[in-house]
Design a binder for this molecule. Structure first.
Ligand code: AMP
Ligand code: MG
Length: 391
């Protein structure tokens, strides 16, 4: 069995980023930059007041200072401040020539005839200098950035209205299993509700992507093959759950072989999700996820996000945080890398949950994180360091 690191390396090697297109910055959320974006502007574009107050010369303090003009945000003053003068100024407005300081309005006494008086001993400069954040030609965002809302704000703030991004993959989803019924229909003996299809579709939505749901594929070789053929013709990626292990009705690997796909991964030393499958043909990729919902969840996070991000031109590195055990933990076998749903207590330490195995999807609503247990580790002692991945 290959390790999860080997599996992830194969996914990176086999996949190629999809093509590039130019889109508006405000439609670029959840896309990856295909080129570096350089600043064309100074940020701030002028010496900007950081406070509501009075722009003046520090050496004239405490005054009195004569108020010679008012500058609102969006305005500017053509006056140059001379000795004994100041300008009333608002946050965000350009500081007039001659001033080196803005005193806060809270630190001023207004005196009708002679002007204003500074009533503190000291002040900060309270001016953001032109270009202190960015200058033309500075790197605004590097190629490979997967754009979140704060990146969109950075683009907008620098006046960038168009960016070059990788197109998002078209992603299809099939849930396999003759035992599956959809929520809304009545439960029959031996039948269970399809959880995975809906999990994956909405997980994609959470990541700013959309999926095409092909419904439930029955455990029937020919009809499942037809459904898979249709999905792989129409999509760049197929996420297919169930039917990937070694039971009598697990037809998925054989179907991909018959359809001429190269099967790169069929077993991973990972728990849950040993029977994860990864196959490709030309530029079409398939991730087969084991049917138990926690396995689907965990292996989508491990392999699915890596695959999708790679197609979008970015790398996926799950956020891992180091903490330690609040209690002992033991497991019987240590031959697989495990991601275990756990609780993070008020001290930020790991507590166990009563977890019944990979069919126990409900545990994820009580879990705060997945804890990593390396291959070869069968026991963790209280206070021992561990890595967790917040959910
Ligand atoms: P399989 O990988 O097809 O052997 O399925 C493993 C287990 O996961 C079986 O108990 C299935 O009934 C269950 N399972 C498969 N697909 C789903 C699904 N879409 N939603 C919920 N459970 C599933
Ligand atoms: Mg099945």
């Amino acid at each position: 069995m290959m390790t999860i690191e080997e599996a992830k390396q194969i996914i990176e090697e086999v996949t190629q980023p999809l093509g590039v297109s130019e889109i508006r910055f405000d439609e670029a959320l959840s896309h990856t930059l295909a080129d570096d974006v350089l600043s064309k502007v100074f940020m701030p574009p002028f010496n900007r007041s950081a406070m509501d107050g009075f722009a003046c010369r520090k050496k004239d303090l405490p005054g009195p200072l004569k108020v010679i003009d008012t500058v609102p945000a969006g305005g500017f003053s053509i006056k140059t401040i001379q000795s004994g003068e100041c300008v009333r100024i608002m946050t965000g407005a350009p500081v007039p020539d001659g001033a080196d300081t803005v005193i806060m309005i809270e630190h001023v006494e207004e005196q009708t005839d002679s002007g204003i008086l500074f009533n503190k001993d000291r002040t900060n400069t309270n001016i953001s200098l032109k270009g202190e954040d960015l200058k033309p030609g500075d790197l605004l965002l590097p190629r490979g950035t997967l754009l979140k809302s704060h990146h969109i704000a950075i683009l907008a703030g620098a006046g960038v209205d168009e960016v070059s991004v990788h197109v998002q993959p078209r992603i299809g989803i099939i849930s396999t299993g003759s035992e599956l019924i959809e929520p809304g229909s009545e439960q029959q003996p031996g039948m269970i509700y399809n959880s995975n299809g809906h999990q994956l579709l909405t997980r994609l939505n959470e990541l700013g992507l959309s999926g095409h749901y092909y419904g439930i594929g029955r455990d029937d070789y020919e009809s499942l093959k037809e459904l898979i053929q249709k999905a792989t013709r129409e999509q760049d990626v197929l996420l297919i759950t169930g039917g990937v292990s070694v039971g009598d009705y697990d037809f998925v690997p054989a179907i991909f072989k018959e359809l001429g796909f190269d099967i790169h991964i069929s077993n991973v030393a990972a728990k849950p999700g040993k029977h994860t499958l990864f196959a490709s043909k030309d530029q079409t990729y398939v991730l087969g996820l084991p049917g138990n919902p926690v396995s689907t969840y965990v292996q989508f996070e491990e392999c699915g996000r890596l695959l999708i991000n790679r197609l979008m031109g970015s790398t996926y590195r799950p956020l891992r945080l180091k903490t330690n055990m609040a209690e002992d933990y033991q497991r019987k076998k240590s031959d697989r890398f495990e991601l275990l749903p756990v609780k993070i207590n008020a001290e930020g330490r790991v507590e166990r949950l009563s977890y019944h195995g990979s069919a126990h999807m409900h545990i994820l609503s009580a879990a705060d994180a997945l804890m990593e247990i390396p291959i070869g580790t069968s026991q963790l002692l209280t206070h021992q360091d561990v890595y967790v991945r917040p959910l």
